[in-house]
Write a protein that binds this ligand. Structure first.
Ligand code: AMP
Length: 211
C-alpha cells in the first residue's frame, strides 16, 4: 500500500499514521518527524529547517523534496509506505508523482482527515510531544504513554504559531486535496471522535479502494 495522509495540523495525522502503518506493515514517513530529529541532532538540515518550523512556515521545496526522495529509496519501502506531512503543496505533489511514475510505483490512495478549525485549535494548543520518541500526548499527561519520555510543547503548537500554520494549510496545502480528487485517489473521512473509531473508519474506507 502506497498511501499519503493529508489534513490540517492537529487533524490527528501522526496518531492515525502510527496505527495505519502497523496495520498495513508499511513504514510511517513523517517529514515533520524527520525535520525534528535533525533539529535535535543539530544537523545542517535541522538548522536549515528550524526558522521555518518555529514560525509555522513550510521548509523550502528544494530541501524537502530531496529529503523525501532520498527516504523513498530505502529498502523498507519495497512493500509501500505511508507519507505523513508530505506533500504539503502542489509543487511537492507533482515532484512525488513524477518520482513514483519513474519507478512505476504510483500511489494507491490519499487519505484526507477532515476536521473543523475550532477543534484543531483546541487540540493543538493542549498537545504535548514526547522529547524522546515524538509521540503526541495530552497536556495533563505526566510522561509519554509510548516510551515514558519527558513531554514538551512544540514551539509551533503555541497559539500564535497555530494560526499561521492554519493559514499556510489553507493557502498551500488545501489545493492538493483538489489535485488528488482529480486524480481519483482521494478518500475523505471525518477525523472527529475516538482515535480507534477514526482508525476503523480509515481502514474501511481504504478497503474500498485497495481491497
Ligand atoms: P508537522 O509535524 O507535519 O506538523 O510539520 C512540522 C513543520 O515541519 C511544518 O510546520 C513545516 O515547517 C515543516 N514541514 C513538515 N513537512 C513539510 C513539507 N512537506 N514541506 C515543507 N515543510 C514541512
Amino acid at each position: 500500500m502506497r498511501l499519503v495522509l493529508v489534513g490540517p495540523p492537529g487533524a490527528g495525522k501522526g496518531t492515525q499514521a502510527a496505527f495505519l502503518s502497523a496495520h498495513y506493515s508499511i513504514p510511517h514517513i513523517s517529514t515533520g518527524d524527520i525535520f525534528r530529529a535533525n533539529l535535535k541532532a543539530s544537523t545542517p538540515l535541522g538548522l536549515q529547517a528550524k526558522g521555518f518550523m518555529d514560525s509555522g512556515q513550510l521548509v523550502p521545496d528544494e530541501v524537502t523534496n530531496e529529503m523525501v526522495k532520498d527516504r523513498l529509496t530505502h529498502d523498507d519501502v519495497a512493500n509501500g509506505f505511508l507519507l505523513d506531512g508530505f506533500p504539503r503543496n502542489t509543487v511537492q505533489a507533482e515532484v512525488l508523482r513524477a518520482f513514483l511514475a519513474e519507478k512505476r510505483t504510483p500511489l494507491d490512495a490519499v487519505l484526507e482527515l477532515a476536521i473543523e478549525d475550532s477543534m484543531i485549535i483546541k487540540r493543538l494548543s493542549s498537545r504535548r510531544t514526547c522529547k524522546e520518541c515524538g509521540a503526541p500526548a495530552a497536556a495533563d499527561a505526566a510522561n509519554c504513554s509510548a516510551c515514558g519520555g519527558a513531554l514538551y510543547q512544540r514551539e509551533d503548537d503555541k497559539e500564535e504559531v497555530i494560526a499561521k500554520r492554519l493559514s499556510v494549510y489553507q493557502e498551500q496545502t488545501a489545493p492538493i486535496v483538489h489535485f488528488y480528487r482529480t486524480e481519483g485517489l482521494l478518500v475523505t473521512i471525518a477525523a472527529d471522535g475516538e482515535v480507534s473509531e477514526i482508525t476503523e473508519r480509515a481502514i474501511t474506507a481504504l478497503s474500498r479502494v485497495h481491497g
